[in-house]
Design a protein around this ligand. Structure first.
Ligand code: FES
Ligand code: FES
Length: 186
């Protein structure tokens, strides 16, 4: 039995410390040590994108990264998308709801994180850029059209919010009133 390794990271806006085994993946640490089960476990070989999170501004498959490599990193998971907008859904999450992009929901946390990373880097993506940005995220329900539409809608609404005075913004959905704050199954 190897000795656990102490990790300190900034996770969803909070400083967190946790102990991992040297062979643990970041996915293991997020789900098992930090209880962030919004990040999904599926293929474990970097093919499905269900485990996508953002580390130091880059989206990546957390099943392919060792947890020890995340020491000192800034990590964002799907739970952090809602927190980013206070206690409300982000524009992107709301767009996924409004377009019916979430069917069984299993791929949605990964799709959201890839889309969020894309919109942070490319606020006005073309359809081809959206398809490329989400190419690593598979959806078994084949809801690709609705997912692309959601990202397009979010891009438009984010642009509108930049242009719109704070006082004219619609109140957003209270996450606590929704059946599942992660907009995806555990
Ligand atoms: S679980 Fe990581 S890419 Fe599929
Ligand atoms: S919504 Fe079911 S796998 Fe994508």
């Amino acid at each position: 039995m190897t000795e656990p390794v102490a990790i300190a990271a900034h996770v969803n806006g909070r400083d967190r410390t946790f102990a991992v085994q040297p062979h643990d993946t970041l996915l293991d640490a997020l789900r098992d040590d930090l209880g962030l089960t919004g990040t999904k476990e599926c293929c474990l070989v970097g093919e499905c994108g269900a485990c996508t999170v953002i580390v130091d501004g880059r989206s990546l498959d957390s099943c392919l990264m060792l947890a020890v490599e995340a020491d000192g990193a800034s990590i964002q998971t799907v739970e952090g998308l809602a927190e980013e907008a206070g206690r409300s859904l982000s524009v992107l999450q709301q767009a996924f709801l409004d377009t019916g992009a979430a069917q069984c929901g299993f791929c949605i946390p990964g799709q959201l994180m890839s889309a969020h990373a894309l919109l942070e880097l490319t606020p006005h993506p073309t359809r081809a850029e959206i398809e490329e940005g989400l190419a690593g995220n598979l959806c078994r329900c084949a809801g690709y059209e609705q997912i692309i539409e959601a990202v397009q809608r979010a891009a438009e609404q984010r642009a509108d919010r930049v242009a719109e005075p704070m006082s004219r913004r619609e109140p957003s959905v209270d996450v606590a009133s929704l059946p599942d704050a992660r907009v995806a199954p555990q």
